[in-house]
Design a protein around this ligand. Structure first.
Ligand SMILES: Cc1cc2nc3c(=O)[nH]c(=O)nc-3n(C[C@H](O)[C@H](O)[C@H](O)COP(=O)(O)O)c2cc1C
Length: 278
């Protein structure tokens, strides 16, 4: 088991941290995180890789130079997500990167998914990329400052970061009537962990339709949002699939992901994948 704690607790604990205390990662934390990332790099099935860049300096001026437009302060290290331009698979990338985020959370390290508010050219300069690679996502890794900045608190309020949509807006039965938690005791926690997941600008685009013990995953897209160069909302679905899988694994559920020919739903949701119980 790669996690020390229950993945359900880890998912509940994770929160985006934008104000860090400036301390570098403790040696032991760095070693563990680095070893985990190396393992992911070895096993990954898509053309993507991850690396930690450390000792970047943490003063206000230095944070500004590194280009997170003031969104992140006091972070000394980042995990850089790198992908091949001809293999731009946001679904699988999101799935794998969330595993790394949860691993860091389990070690007591704070993170913040960044897909928009960072300067790609600044991070490309320090990341040493091959010719055909780009950086879709990064995260700071470090320890939170005891005091949050007013900026951070205001930002969380503006995008409603502490809130999630209720079950009846996210999960449905095959006739598109809302799914009741009591109808799916075996899957209730896995669905709840999808609901608690992070998403770009907290748009929560995941929609799931249940047909017996099969769960069809869809994207409800925010028009004009987050596709240029990298599909952030597909990435969000990768996170949802990761939470669903890890939770069911922990609870002993077994199934696999398939691309099925599902009957069209009466909405403009975009079909992604189905989880089918073994
Ligand atoms: C794919 C993705 C991209 C994100 N990009 C940014 C970003 O560019 N800047 C930022 O401050 N937060 C970013 N976030 C963090 C979200 O705003 C955050 O997850 C959401 O508001 C929920 O808050 P929480 O993570 O604290 O639960 C991103 C999250 C995801 C999943």
């Amino acid at each position: 088991m790669k996690f020390k704690n229950s993945v359900i607790d880890i998912i509940k604990t994770r929160i985006s941290t934008r104000t860090y205390n400036g301390r570098a990662l403790e040696n032991e934390d760095f070693e563990k995180l680095n070893a985990y990332i190396n393992e992911v790099n070895k096993e990954i099935k898509i053309k993507a890789r991850f690396k930690i860049i450390s000792n970047l300096g943490t003063s206000k001026e230095e944070s500004k130079k590194l280009g997170t437009y003031g969104f992140i302060q006091g972070a000394n290290s980042y995990i850089i997500g790198i992908m091949d331009k001809d293999f731009n698979d946001a679904l699988k990338f999101g799935y794998v990167f969330e595993n790394i985020i949860l691993y860091a959370t389990d070690q007591g390290i704070q993170t913040c998914w960044l897909g928009g508010t960072f300067s790609k050219s600044d991070f490309e300069k320090i990341s040493v990329l091959n010719e055909n690679e780009f950086i879709p996502i990064i995260t700071p890794v470090g320890y939170k400052s005891e005091k949050k900045r007013v900026f951070e608190t205001t930002m969380r309020k503006t995008i409603g970061a502490d809130k999630r949509k209720p079950w009846n807006e996210l999960f449905f039965n095959k006739d598109i009537d809302p799914l009741d938690e009591n109808d799916v005791p075996k899957f209730r926690l896995a669905l709840e962990m999808v609901r608690l997941g992070p998403s770009a600008s907290n748009k929560q685009p995941w929609r799931i339709i249940r047909d017996e013990n099969t769960f069809h995953f869809y994207i409800s897209r925010t028009k004009g949002y987050g596709i240029a160069g990298y599909d952030l909302q597909k990435n969000d679905l990768g996170i949802a699939m990761c939470h669903f899988d890890l939770t069911l694994n922990e609870l002993g559920g077994k199934g696999s992901w398939n691309k099925l020919k599902v009957a069209g739903v009466k909405t403009d949701w975009e079909y992604v994948r189905s989880w089918v119980e073994d």
